[in-house]
Design a protein around this ligand. Structure first.
Ligand code: NAD
Ligand code: IPM
Ligand code: MN
Length: 363
């Protein structure tokens, strides 16, 4: 039986990086017997241009029926002044909510080959291997009331940060279960010293831990301290579980441990659906120039193979191919430091060549 993937390239560098990820899937089909098929659809700014909707109905239908979704990135200056529901970002939040993708896994792993690419000292980052688990369909991103309103002759802007008990319970379970497969440590990041929503979050995390996961080591950290500790001593972390907004910020921060935001993949998982996307955006400053780093997207394919398609062996091959091109010194400009500079497509081709060679050696 074939696997059906909904491919949503999106805006800016989205189509460039997704093209390279699809080349990798092509090699896996050809050389490794993966039976993946895909269909492309519009999301974000291109969705708005095509149909007036950043999450068009055809895209919704395709994504709901697919075994998995692969997304590039959305957004760009062209659409910034549209009404909020028409903006590209609304399309991304829309698909996450529509598919119920509540758990966003954002692994930050430092590759030895890239120790020099980070702005941090090698001894601080060598060996970092952490997982940010970000709640993705609630919190201040979705809370009501929200808006820009007039009150007593004054305009004001507001959002609401809220979590229900069930929402915290399910992300807590995700984090503890993930930790059991790693080194068994969870750090829950909140702002419980100030925010009621965080106090509640902490209470539920503690209850789920005590009732179901007392074998896992649990700690708590305020988000301001966590932002500092990530830079001071990132190796203290294994699994970080946190709310939507804090996870957005901390995962971008964690990406710089690895040398570039162009290295960080993600998996967004719900009860019935799963979507895979790099954590970075559409990078309008470099789009159309064939110089984006496609590895975050290639590694997102690896996460798809492992988490949804039950093809851990193939995921390992993709990871090994990425390591091999880094061993060869190939670097897109975001990683550059004197080694061999390659383009976005050059990097994709190199990963494919490694995979092809590994496939041939196997037979
Ligand atoms: P960004 O992540 O797009 O870019 C930040 C910086 O990182 C830029 O200098 C960019 O060139 C660089 N960068 C990002 N990805 C890279 C890659 N693969 N290779 C090399 N360099 C890379 O964040 P931003 O500039 O704040 O946002 C730009 C647009 O993207 C906005 O419209 C924003 O809303 C959107 N956005 C979308 C997503 C998403 O689709 N998941 C995520 C973040 C931002
Ligand atoms: C991300 C992005 C999105 C978010 C934006 C584009 C809506 O920053 O995927 O990290 O804030 O979740
Ligand atoms: Mn983000």
């Amino acid at each position: 039986m074939s696997i059906n993937i909904a491919v949503l390239p999106g805006d800016g560098i989205g189509p460039e990086i997704v093209r390279e990820a699809l080349k990798v899937l092509d090699v896996l089909n050809r050389e490794y017997g993966l039976n993946a098929e895909w269909e492309e659809a519009a999301i974000g700014g291109v969705g708005y241009e095509e149909s007036g909707d950043p999450y068009p109905e055809v895209t919704r239908k395709l994504s709901r029926e697919a075994d998995a979704v692969l997304l590039g990135a959305v957004g760009g200056p062209k659409w910034e002044s549209l009404d909020k529901p028409l903006r590209p970002e609304a399309g991304l939040l829309g698909i996450r909510a529509d598919l119920g993708l509540f758990a966003n896994y954002r692994p930050a792993r430092v590759y030895r080959q890239l120790l020099d690419a980070s702005t941090l000292k090698p001894e601080v980052i060598d060996g970092v291997d952490l997982m940010v688990i970000r709640e993705l369909v609630s919190g201040v991103y979705f809370g009501q009331p929200r808006g820009i309103v007039e009150e007593g002759g004054q305009r004001k802007g507001l959002n609401t940060m809220s979590y229900t008990e069930a929402e915290v319970e399910r992300i807590a379970r995700t984090a503890f279960e993930t930790a059991r497969l790693r080194t068994g440590r969870v750090c829950s990041v909140d702002k419980a010293n100030v925010l009621d929503v965080s106090e509640f979050w902490r209470e539920i995390i503690c209850r789920v831990h005590g009732d179901e996961f007392s074998d896992v080591e649990l700690s708590h950290m305020y988000v301001d301290n966590a932002a500092m500790q990530l830079i001071r001593n990132p190796k203290q972390f294994d699994v970080i579980v946190t709310s939507n907004l804090f996870g957005d910020i901390l995962s971008d921060e964690a990406s710089m441990l690895t040398g570039s935001i162009g290295m960080l993949p993600s998996a967004s998982i719900g009860e019935r659906h799963a979507m895979y996307e790099p954590i970075h955006g559409s990078a309008p400053d470099i789009s159309g120039q064939n110089k984006a780093n496609p590895l975050a997207t290639v590694l997102s394919v690896s996460m798809m193979l492992k988490y949804t398609l039950n093809q851990s062996d193939l995921a390992d091959k993709v990871d090994a191919a990425v390591e091999a091109v880094l061993d060869d010194g190939l670097r897109t400009p975001d990683l550059a430091g004197g080694e061999q500079l390659v383009s976005c497509s050059g990097m994709g081709d190199a990963v494919c060549a490694k995979l092809e060679r590994m496939g041939a050696e196997q037979v």
